[in-house]
Design a protein around this ligand. Structure first.
Ligand SMILES: Cc1ncc(COP(=O)(O)O)c(C=O)c1O
Length: 393
C-alpha cells in the first residue's frame, strides 16, 4: 500500500486481503479472519453475498448510471421499498454515495425547509466526515450533553433541567438524532429525553433527522434505531449496510418535508445521485433481509451474544459495561493502564477474529453480519475465554 495515503486513523492490519465471503476475510497467505466488524459495519449480509453480486452484475449489464436528465424505474422502486421499511409510506427519497453525504444532505434539507441554520446534536454524535456534519463544533451546533441523563432519577424531563434550559428550541431548525451509535460506543439515549426533545421540536416547527447510517438496516434488532423510541422521524439518513459493501446511501423524508423543499426550490447535485446500479443493490438487500427474517434474527442473536458475554466476564471488575441492541455490542473496560481492549483486539486478531477497537477508548465493538452462523459466534466466544484467561493469568 506504498502508493496509498493511509489516513483512516487505524493501523493497517492485513496487508493484502485477497477474498472475502460471508463472515470471513482471507489474506494472501491463506489465513482466514472471522469479521465481527462487518467491514466498517457495512456488510449485514456478509461479504460478497451471491444475490447482491448477481444483482450488481445483472444491473451493470443494463444500465449503471443515467445522468441528471433521466429517470429509471429501479430508482423509484428502491425509494418506495425504503420508505416502506422506515414507516414513511408516502414520502420521497434521494440516493447518494456515502453515509456522510446522506447526513449532510439531511442537514442541508432541514436548513432549507425551516430557514434556520442551527441544529441540535447530542454531544457524542458522529454525524459524518465532512461538510456541516464534519464541523461538530459549538459555533455550528447546539450541543446537548446527555451524560447526566443516564443516571437521572427525576422522572419526566422539563425545561428547568440544566441539560435543557439553555437550548434555544425556537431558533433551531431541528435535531440530528443518532439512536445508539454514540461515536461508536453503542449508548442509547433515554426514551424520555428523546421524546421530550421531539415534542419541543414539533412545538417549535423543527424537524427530526434520524441518522441511521450505523444503526439502520436491522443492525439494532429493528429496521431502524429510532423505532425503539415510538416517534416517526421526518427525515432518515442511511448508508453502510444499505449497499452491503456497495457504496450507496440514501436520505428519505415525509411528503410534507418533500413538498416544502420542492416549493422552495431545494438544489442538490452530484454525479452519482440516483444511479440505478446502487438502487438495484438496495432492492436486493431489502429483499434478502425480509426473506431471511434478519431483523428478528439480529435481535435474537444479539440477545444470545450479550448473555454469553455477561456470563464470560461475570465477576471481573475491569469490565465497566457490556451493552448492546441487536448485533451492535460494546464491551467497555474500566482499567486505564492495562488497556484491556488493545490486548483483546491484538490477541483475537492473531487468532483470526476481527473486532472493532475504538480509537482513544478502552472499548471493543462487536458488529457481526446479521446472518452469521451461531457456530462461528460460539468459536469466537471460546477464543475470547482463552484470551481472558491469558489476561487474568
Ligand atoms: C453514525 C455515523 N454516521 C455517519 C457516518 C458516516 O458514514 P460514511 O463513513 O459512509 O461516510 C458514520 C461512519 O462511521 C457513522 O458511524
Amino acid at each position: 500500500m506504498e502508493n496509498i495515503l493511509w489516513c483512516t486513523g487505524h493501523e493497517l492490519k492485513i496487508k493484502n486481503t485477497v477474498k472475502a465471503r460471508g463472515s470471513f476475510i482471507y489474506d494472501q497467505e491463506g489465513n482466514s479472519y472471522l469479521d465481527l466488524e462487518s467491514g466498517v459495519w457495512v456488510t449485514p449480509l456478509g461479504h460478497s453475498h451471491p444475490r447482491v453480486t448477481q444483482a450488481v452484475s445483472d444491473q451493470a449489464e443494463k444500465i449503471i448510471h443515467c445522468g441528471y436528465y433521466n429517470g429509471n424505474k429501479i430508482v423509484d422502486d428502491a425509494a418506495r421499498a425504503l420508505l416502506k421499511i422506515t414507516g414513511i409510506t408516502k414520502g420521497k427519497g434521494v440516493f447518494l454515495s456515502s453515509g456522510s453525504e446522506a447526513v449532510e444532505f439531511g442537514i442541508k434539507a432541514i436548513k432549507k425547509a425551516t430557514g434556520r441554520n442551527r441544529l441540535l446534536r447530542l454531544h457524542d454524535s458522529f454525524l459524518g466526515s465532512y461538510g456541516a456534519a464534519g464541523n461538530k463544533q459549538q459555533e455550528a451546533w447546539s450541543i446537548l450533553d446527555w451524560t447526566d441523563c443516564q443516571t437521572c432519577q427525576k422522572g419526566e424531563c422539563n425545561q428547568d433541567c440544566p441539560v435543557l434550559k439553555d437550548i434555544p428550541f425556537s431558533q433551531l431548525g431541528g435535531f440530528v438524532f443518532e439512536p445508539g451509535s454514540a461515536g461508536g460506543l453503542v449508548k442509547f439515549p433515554p426514551e424520555r429525553l428523546i421524546n421530550h426533545l421531539v415534542k419541543l421540536f414539533r412545538q417549535h416547527g423543527g424537524l427530526i433527522l434520524a441518522n441511521e447510517v450505523t444503526t439502520g438496516m436491522g443492525r439494532s434488532g429493528k429496521w431502524f434505531g429510532f423505532q425503539y423510541y415510538g416517534f416517526q422521524a421526518d427525515l432518515i439518513a442511511m448508508g453502510k449496510g444499505l449497499g452491503n459493501g456497495y457504496p450507496v446511501s440514501a436520505t428519505v423524508m415525509t411528503k410534507e418535508v418533500a413538498a416544502v423543499l420542492e416549493e422552495k426550490g431545494f438544489y442538490y447535485q452530484q454525479s452519482h445521485q440516483n444511479d440505478p446500479l446502487g438502487c438495484r443493490v438496495v432492492l436486493e438487500v431489502i429483499d434478502i433481509i425480509n426473506e431471511e427474517n434478519l431483523v428478528n434474527r439480529s435481535r435474537e442473536k444479539g440477545e444470545y451474544l450479550l448473555r454469553r458475554l455477561e456470563e464470560i466476564f461475570s465477576g471481573y471488575d475491569f469490565v465497566k459495561e457490556i451493552r448492546g441492541r441487536g448485533l451492535m455490542i460494546c464491551l467497555e473496560f474500566s482499567g486505564v493502564e492495562k488497556r484491556e481492549a488493545e490486548f483483546f483486539h491484538t490477541e483475537l486478531f492473531n487468532r483470526g477474529y476481527i473486532v472493532s477497537l475504538r480509537p482513544g477508548h478502552n472499548a471493543l465493538r462487536i458488529d457481526p453480519p446479521l446472518n452469521i452462523e451461531i457456530k462461528h459466534l460460539d468459536n469466537f466466544l471460546g477464543e475470547l475465554e482463552e484470551v481472558l484467561s491469558l489476561l487474568t493469568g
